[in-house]
Design a protein around this ligand. Structure first.
Ligand code: F6P
Length: 496
């Protein structure tokens, strides 16, 4: 047996019929053994147990990270400060299901939220729309995130105000983009002739800050809660995922949760050597140690997953893009830059650099066994899609020699292949849960708190005096404690 095929066997793992092939990571048996030993020495198994047990692993905010409870369909008790959270979670499921059966004649849903209150449902709505057999209510689901009114204008030009429902989604209910967009949509409903009671009837909220939602004017029984122990970027499993249930039905939403739960159980119970999220995390750590990699790419060979890299960017980089560890000490490594987009389109964009650039950039190739449409051409097209995916991984791994240096492919460029049997709600849930658990594993191994995001606050604070200066329309703003000379100059340019 050649080394290549030995590696191929030893590097193929599966869970829930998802296959992970790490053969092109170039890690031999001894290498893997070392990686698993070091993971054990870093107490990874204890960390995983603590996470599911609701220990306050988000130590800076003194909270657990229990998004797993949101997909705990078996309702096994999950305790926070001695109280089981599952009855409250199940009550939200009951209300989501009831709402799915209640909405009739709705043409448009405007989901207003940003970051973790946007990416997950946006990805799921788009990914599942491609499932040939899926039943859809056929509503137009509009995602409004950007404060740039281009998005608002585009949506309002299409939506029918008298048959629109609005869901304001914000864990904190203090996010400026979300509250300004929500106010603008309310104003549009009113100016389109909706009465006060029609506006109230149309307005829903999903939040961990119920008083603020009420203050905004959302009726109490239109507020769907989630909780401080759910990080925003881990929240699609809560009522943040409401559009998934409304569009594709509650059973589909449950399937999505079931896939995520199944992956949680695998992550919690499988030995490290067979544990998909752990193996993927260790492969990345290995490449970081070996090649000091600064970026990695995720390329789903499925057009339906084009939003996946954007969702993953927040998950990985907001969770683990940090310079200090849990004890405030500088870290050697933390999250590389994550980028990607659907293949094969991606091949016609940045693959030149992946093959021949000076940086080694590990790649996760994600492929789906089944074609993603029931078009007569589907099988032939899908074969080409898959052959491209396999060919790229092989070319990157093995390289190619040539007499002309311009034609040399250096090879030894590592990649994973993650093969999903199909892309339905179950496997989408499992895929996202796999990456969430991988992010938690990476954080644990870097000794980073993956569940806070202090680095996003400072810019928000600085934007306030700048906005005030812009609103003054003065073009003689001077540098001050809040605004430095460069920014003062830029404000003056904009105001002149
Ligand atoms: O600014 C970053 C952030 O806090 C993310 O962590 C979060 O997903 C997003 O803003 C939206 O926050 P919220 O759901 O509270 O509106």
């Amino acid at each position: 047996m050649s080394l290549q095929s030995q590696l191929a066997n030893q590097n193929t793992h599966s869970a829930l019929d998802i296959v992970l092939d790490t053969a092109y990571q170039g890690i031999d048996g001894a290498g893997w053994k070392k990686l698993f030993t070091s993971a054990r020495q870093s107490h990874l198994e204890q960390f995983i147990a603590d996470m599911f047990a609701g220990k306050h692993i988000n130590h800076s905010e003194d909270r657990p990270a229990l998004h797993s409870a949101l997909r705990n369909l078996s309702k096994t008790p999950v305790f926070i400060n001695g109280a089981d959270v599952m009855p409250a979670v199940a009550e939200v499921w009951r209300r989501i299901e009831a709402l799915c059966n209640k909405w009739t004649g709705v043409t448009d849903v405007i989901h207003i939220g940003i970051g973790g209150s946007d990416f997950g449902p946006r990805l799921a709505i788009e990914a599942l729309a491609h499932v040939p057999s899926i039943e859809s209510r056929g509503m137009r689901i509009h995602f409004l995130a950007n404060i740039d009114t281009a998005e608002l204008a585009r949506i309002l030009a299409r939506a029918h105000p008298h048959s629109t429902r609005v869901i304001v989604v914000s864990k904190s209910f203090t996010t400026l983009e979300t509250s300004m967009n929500a106010k603008a949509v309310m104003a549009w409903l009113k100016s389109s002739g909706c009465s006060k009671s029609q506006v109230a009837h149309s307005l829903y909220a999903v939040t961990a800050n119920i008083p603020a939602a009420k203050e905004f004017g959302v009726e109490e029984d239109h507020i769907y809660p989630f909780w401080e122990w759910v990080g925003g970027r881990y929240s699609v499993w809560s009522a943040v995922g409401l559009p998934i249930a409304l569009q594709y039905g509650f059973e589909t939403f449950k399937e999505f949760l079931a896939g995520a739960e199944a992956m949680d159980l695998h992550f919690k119970n499988a030995p490290l050597e067979e544990n998909l999220p752990v193996i993927m995390a260790l492969a990345l750590l290995h490449q970081q140690e070996q090649h000091d990699i600064k970026a990695y790419a995720t390329i789903p060979y499925a057009d339906a997953l084009d939003w996946f890299p954007k969702w993953l960017q927040q998950l990985d980089m907001e969770s683990n893009g940090k310079s200090v560890d849990r004890d405030g000490k500088p870290v050697k490594h933390s999250s590389p830059v994550v980028f990607g987009s659907a293949g094969s389109n991606a091949q016609h964009s940045y693959f030149q650099l992946l093959h021949q650039g000076t940086e080694i950039i590990p790649i996760d190739f994600i492929a789906v066994r089944e074609p993603m449409s029931d078009r007569p051409e589907a099988e032939a097209h899908h074969r080409i899609l898959l052959s491209n995916c396999l060919a790229q991984a092989q070319a990157l791994a093995n390289g190619k020699d040539a007499s002309n240096p311009n034609d040399v492919y250096p090879g030894k460029r590592p990649s994973n292949l993650l093969l999903l049997p199909k892309l339905n709600a179950f496997y989408l849930g499992a895929l996202l849960s796999l990456y969430e658990n991988r992010a938690a594993t990476l954080g644990a191994l870097w000794n980073i708190n993956s569940f806070d995001q202090p680095g996003v606050e400072y810019g928000k604070v600085l934007a306030k005096p700048i906005e005030k200066a812009l609103a003054s329309h003065q073009s003689n703003i001077q540098a001050s404690a809040d605004i430095d000379a460069v920014t003062a100059g830029r404000i003056n340019l904009l105001n002149s």
